[in-house]
Each structure stands twice: as C-alpha cells, then as structure tokens.
Design a protein around this ligand. Sequence first.
Ligand SMILES: [Zn+2]
Length: 404
Amino acid sequence: MFASSESLYPLAKVSRNDFAKLCEALWEWWPCADWTAERACQHSNKDPECHYQDAERLTPFFDFYRDATAYYVPELTKGSAQAIKTHDDLVRIIRYIKCHSNSPRLLLMTEYFASCRRAEYQDLLSSDQNRAFSLAARVMTMLQCSVEDQSDGLLEAGTLPAIWHSNKSFNQFIASVIERHNTIRLEPYGIAVPRPLQPAFSLDSISAKRLRNVAKLKIIPTNDLRGHLTLDKKNGTVEVYHYASVLKEHLKASRARELRADSGLPDQRYSHLPKQLILETLHTLKFALFPIDSESQSILRSLVAKDKFDPENCRVNASWQLREEELTAYEYWGSRVMDLYDELENPTPRGFVEKWMERKSGARYIMMATLAGVLIAILLGILTLAVSIIQTWIAWQQWQHPVS
Ligand SMILES: [Zn+2]
C-alpha cells in the first residue's frame, strides 16, 4: 500500500491561520483578524493592536516558511509514529524551545516528547525527533540547521548546515553559530576602520553598484543567514541574506526584552538571534550594499522585482531606526566585508575581454600602463634609430655620388 501524499508531506498545506500562530509563537503578536480572513483591514492606521501591516510585510518570510515546511518528510519506518503531523505540532515545538532555551538539546527533546503524553510518541524514532527540532530551529533562526549524524534533506542545499550539538542549549547554539572576529570598527559617516590597522574606507565602497560594475559580481539571494556576504570568486557571485522584515521583528523583540530588564521585570531567558548580529546584518544591507544613491536603489528595486528580495529593504521605516550608538563594529561580518573590499581593490578578471580591459583597479592597472608606455618608448626609439640610419646612408650616398 502506498502512503498518501498527506502523510508523506504532512506540512504541504499552510493557511493564514497557521502563519498567525507562528507570529504569536515567534514574536508574541497576533495578526489582525482581517488579515487572517484575507480581507481589507477595518482598523485605523494608528491602532496599536492591529498588526495587519506587520503581517503583510512578513510575506517573504511566510513564503520561506511555506517552502521550508512543504518538503519536510518525516523519517518513518513501518509502524513508527511521526513527530510532526501538523503546523500546530511545529509551532508547539518552537514554543517549547523558547521556554527552555537554556536546556541542552537532547534533554529538551526527551522532555518535550515525554510531556506530550501521546501514546503514539512512545515508538517515535529519535532521527525523526531530531529532524523535527532541526526544522523548528530553522524557522526560528533562518539558519540551515542540523543535529549531529543527521543525513537530512537540508544537506542537499550544497552548504554544510550549522550543527546544533546535543549537549548545547538553543541559546548556546545561536551564540556560536556564526564566528565573531571583530575585524572592523565603525566610525561616523559610514567610515570603516579595519583591524589590524589598514587604511580606513567608506562602507559604500562595497555597494551593490560597485560589486556589479567594478568586480562584475552577481548578487544572489539566500535564505540562510550564515551565507550573508559570502563571496564566490570562481562563480563570480555574492550571497545576500535579504530578509530585513524578519530581522526587524527580531530587533523589536530584542529591544522589548531590554526594556523589560531595565524596568526590573523578570528576564526572559529566550534571546532570539544575537542583537549584534541582527544590527550588523541590517546595517550591511542599508548602508554598505544599498546606500541611498539612485543607482544602488535602482539595483535594489530590480532585485525585489526579479529575485524576490524582501521589499522591506526599500522602505524607510521610522519605528525601528538603527541607532548609531548601538552598533560600533562589525564583529560577525567584518571579515566578509574585507573580502569584498579586497576583491573590489583587485578584481578577479572575468571573461576574455575583461582580462585585458577591466583591470582598472590600483597597482595592477598602473603597472600595466607603465609597462605599455615603456614598450612603446622602446619601439619608437628603435624606429627613430632606423630612420636616422637610413638618412645617414642616403646622405653618405649623395656625398659619394654627387649629381652633377
Ligand atoms: Zn486591522
């Protein structure tokens, strides 16, 4: 007997109601009922309870969620149960991880499935439990996530997923998943000062415009935060994590958490993504890749139209402004920004014509120009010498055989 497609792909269908529950689990707000019912909002623009626009803005994230869950296949053997049957099951796991974000993963999983007290969970495969928790972590962080020894569909993406080790808590996992190097200090007016000491440069010198025009690189969107600003010299691409709407939700939640702590309320243990990481990623999008000049903005608009970039990148939104004092360095993305800067200073030649024509940058270009100048000078010298030898010879002949 064949399994029905619903049990093969239990999460293939997702409704707005599921998205609403997801928002509530992740960011503690509930979209306006009109949004869930897919009709125009009846509230006034300034109603703080209405989250119609917030939900609308998250459309790219909901598309990501739809894709990430649609192809989720439970790991089953004959007669075994499955850890996730509905979107509600997945949301329940997300809530559980948030409430116990300091417990090691293995303990967390064991306690979660024990707490469900469902008869069928007794013969659940541990690999299916792993897979369910990986999927939950991926939705929460937008990081390709896996647990040890998991041969998962996630590996098919080509990049190695981030490993959530069994003895590490969720908070430890997200704190260490992207390495911090602290390589660039930020100064006012978008000036970047690399460490160890190298000449300072303006952040917009790695703008999408220059990446495209000078380094001939193609920008490709990624939904894995770890891939942000990854330069692939061989294929001539730069990956960009563009989900600004999601980062802004995390940032709002993170600031609300700080306010709670400042006013003496009990601290929430769950910390979303590290605030420094959120701020840096937003900063690279807004000030480095897509500064306010018209050509950069036009590249951005075309990425939104053709490559499904998050339209939130184009919006000027007063409610979440980056505060200068909040971000003083690139600790996560510093080394990748430097890679891009170095590539722009000394671009890899791309294509036959470019190899000859497009080396406009710095030392190499000057050296080539100088070399060409010297060669031309030598050639002219030889020609002049030849001409004067001929002239001397003609004069000699005329002197020897004067015409009478
Ligand atoms: Zn509303």
